[in-house]
Design a protein around this ligand. Structure first.
Ligand code: SF4
Length: 270
């Protein structure tokens, strides 16, 4: 059992969820009837299964001996990483447990995942990064990665998160790499959070945050070398203060509601 008080630990996605919809945040973290059993509300989603599988396959790829780090190696890794979050021991095809309406839907998602992995390999071969950190090999237990990264930013509050990969740059400083499996190009609001969390955990300076957009094989680098850690910390603490002093958690209905696991109990739709 973990000794952490998770109510005082904030990830970037936790903070973002509050800004997206306070009601969803409340269901997820605070509601005394819903939060303790929130796993029961989780719906399988095809895009989540695919995203987890591609991330998992890349992690497993890094544990292969170097000579096996090829597309054939990645294909084998994808087979191992194709699992359903809601039923981890089910063997493929995952069907409804993976969020797929039929076998053709699942097959297409699998082929799409192979395409993302092909794009990943092309970037990887071009960049040949010097690896500093990769997630745990036990991809179904990736919460361990989150727990290991928990760091206090003041006497009461801690932050944490999961990294896809961290590289060592030629000057000895670090760059954080994040793999994006969706079509959306957003994510730059995570940059500073990543920098702070990495520097707190590894006591090394982060110069760069890089996104691999696997859908089209593009790479985007952001220079964060000049951003002051103290400023990042202050910005995060300001946001957390708003969350911790909030008295109302109204729903914020948008088109994103279709992806909300609590839609069936949300007052807007009930
Ligand atoms: S269904 Fe929409 S409005 Fe309701 S909690 Fe979820 S995201 Fe918020």
């Amino acid at each position: 059992m973990s000794n952490h008080d998770f109510s005082k630990i904030y990830s970037h996605s936790k903070i973002e969820l509050f800004n997206k919809c306070r009601k969803q945040y409340h269901f997820n973290y605070l509601d005394p009837d819903v939060a303790p059993i929130k796993k029961q509300f989780i719906k399988p989603r095809d895009y989540k299964t695919k995203g987890n599988a591609v991330h998992g396959a890349i992690t497993l790829f890094y544990y292969l001996p170097k000579k096996k780090r090829s597309f054939d190696g990645l294909k084998e890794c994808l087979k191992q990483a194709w699992f359903a979050e809601t039923n981890m021991f089910l063997q493929p095809p995952l069907g409804l447990f993976g969020g797929f309406k039929d076998i053709d839907h699942e097959r297409q998602a699998y082929l799409d995942s192979l395409k993302l992995l092909k794009n990943f390999l092309a970037i990887e071969e071009e960049q040949s990064p010097s690896l500093f950190y990769v997630p745990v090999k036990t991809i179904k237990k990736s919460f361990e990665d989150y727990e290991k990264m928990i760091k206090p930013i003041n006497k009461k509050i801690s932050i944490s998160g999961k990294f896809d990969r961290i590289d060592e740059l030629e000057n000895g400083n670090l760059r954080v790499v994040d793999f994006k499996t969706g079509k959306s190009k957003n994510g730059i609001n995570q940059l500073e959070f990543y920098k702070l969390l990495t520097e707190l955990n590894f006591d090394k300076k982060v110069d760069q945050v890089t996104y691999y957009y696997l859908d089209d094989g593009k790479v985007k680098d952001y220079d964060v070398s000049k951003v002051k850690t103290g400023d990042i910390k202050k910005g995060i603490l300001d946001k957390i203060k708003v969350i911790e002093t909030a008295e109302n958690f109204p729903p914020n209905p948008t088109r994103l509601c279709d992806h909300c696991d609590f839609k069936e109990i949300c007052p807007v739709f009930k």
